[in-house]
Design a protein around this ligand. Sequence first.
Ligand SMILES: [Zn+2]
Length: 212
Amino acid sequence: MMECDAQAVASKVVDVLRHRKVPIGISNRHVHLSERDFEQLFPGQSLTVDKPLLQPGHFAATQTVTLKGPKGVLNNVRILGPLRPNTQVEVSATQARELGIKAPVRMSGELEGSPGIQIISNFAEVTLEQGVIVANRHIHMNSFDALLFGVDDCQRIDVLVGEPPRTVLFKNVVIRVDPQLVLEMHLDTDEANAAGLTGMKDTGQIMLGSKG
Ligand SMILES: [Zn+2]
């Protein structure tokens, strides 16, 4: 009898965890810099923390840059730390249009064939050959959550986001499993605006068993 009770409690706990909502982080335009590009843009400086992000070790830096495309300029673009092997610029589709570039929707790090841009600081400028993308919507989670939700790394699923009348079913949400990261869905500002998100305690509901 005791054993049965324990099993019932365990499956209830699993059920609650499987149906819990996923916190949403809205990504505004930002830049990840390589060590080389950072040193060129900010000679003699180190990248300093302005605000820690939810993901452990990740932060918004105090340093900002200007992005200059063929048709327009974006000022005060935040650098996100830590530094990375390759420089990557993430903008929304609206901002790409303002800059006058055709940025593809990609997962982070998939920069092959993406357009370049000029990155300008108060000290110098760097011309990037490639690296501007619109980030593909995705959810970070650890292996335990992946097991609970029944998903694998790189799988695409559906997530219901927002409140009526602006509720949106986002398809093709890519699962990224990483033991270092915590459960969080990343959307860009175009996606967040479409779903009427406020940037305060927004959440999404994973549609269990969906195939994106
Ligand atoms: Zn992310």
